[in-house]
Design a protein around this ligand. Sequence first.
Ligand SMILES: *Cc1c(COP(=O)(O)O)cnc(C)c1O
Length: 405
Amino acid sequence: MTDKKTLPRLDLPEGVGLDTLAVREGLPASPYGENSEALYLTSCFVHPNAETAARRFADEEEAFVYSRFSNPSVTIMERRLAALEGTEDCIGTASGMGAILLMIMGLLKAGDHVICSRSVFGSTIKLLQGEFGKFGVETSFVSQTDVAEWKAAVRPTTKLLFAETPTNPLTEVCDIQALADIAHEAGALLAVDNCMCSPALQRPVKFGADIIMHSGTKFLDGQGRVNAGALCGPASLIRGKFFPVMRSAGISLSPFNAWVVAKGMETLSVRVLAQSARTLELAQWLEGHPGVARVYHPGLASHPQHELAMRQQSGHGGAVLSFDVKGGREQAFSVIDATRLCSIAANFGDVRSIITHPASTTHGRLTEPQRQAAGITQAMIRLGVGLEDVADLKADLARGLDALV
Ligand SMILES: *Cc1c(COP(=O)(O)O)cnc(C)c1O
């Protein structure tokens, strides 16, 4: 296997920085020498002869075979994201949820146990509890911030700890290093959903995480165009555990979507830093507004895990904030409906600011007691901050907020 033929690599200088990797890492150009990556819309690939085809299908030679499991546009995106996350390898998936599905299918079997924060993305809870519960994989849901609860939940069958930080919409931050230590002591792996920060702000492997999960739909694309996902980690997991499942299960990332995300990643750090700076400015302004009861953003000194967030997130709070207006649902709706720039939608990570009422949309499937336990009030508004002028965003929110006081 030592002389196994592998895909060519770019000859980048040793030790180049993340901004360089974001625009340069990928595959060598085709024989035509394109500067911007080509888009490979092909479902299968042609082999020079039957003998080579047989070797490639047997995985004795690495080459493109069939786009359910490999495609140059997808490989470019995977290499770029692995470089940014600082992992050996990456595998693209059809969506962020597809990435979690692939991870669980690749790692766990009936009887295995998962520990997961209670505050993660709603569909993640549904997938673990509902779908995987049916197949005998049990999940314990614990506090996002109380490390002792994670430790106490460990069982002999625990194989995976799953964390998301910061969470959405409350922006609660968990201690990645502490969770990695608990996982490794138990002989388990720690997976981190890095959607809210992206590698522009947070690289969970630095704090001991084993697997990084992404929704490319958010900041990686960054312009709200496509659904995509990925898992990053050591080659032993990506090639050894996840690639064989992908080959059979076909949760594949489309080449077109991969190409869009790869192009999006070229501007990831400039976008996320600019959006995060605007978000902090808006959060501080909202904290001083008489129509606002409470603001949630890790960049604020008032955030309960501010210090930890600054350590994990390169000193930045990220580009999502939430706030409670004074009043309830009626007042929150009036602020949302008074905006003229913000898009009323349920996404974030877009260059266009998006305003959301979590209690009636993203968290609408929960019961009112479940929502209250999670701290998501009817007065809460979430804002995924884009790249508009911050003065215009303040004016957009002030229109409704000023009317409340
Ligand atoms: C959006 C999101 C997901 C799911 O990603 P999709 O691409 O929509 O499947 C998972 N986790 C978090 C934190 C998200 O924001």
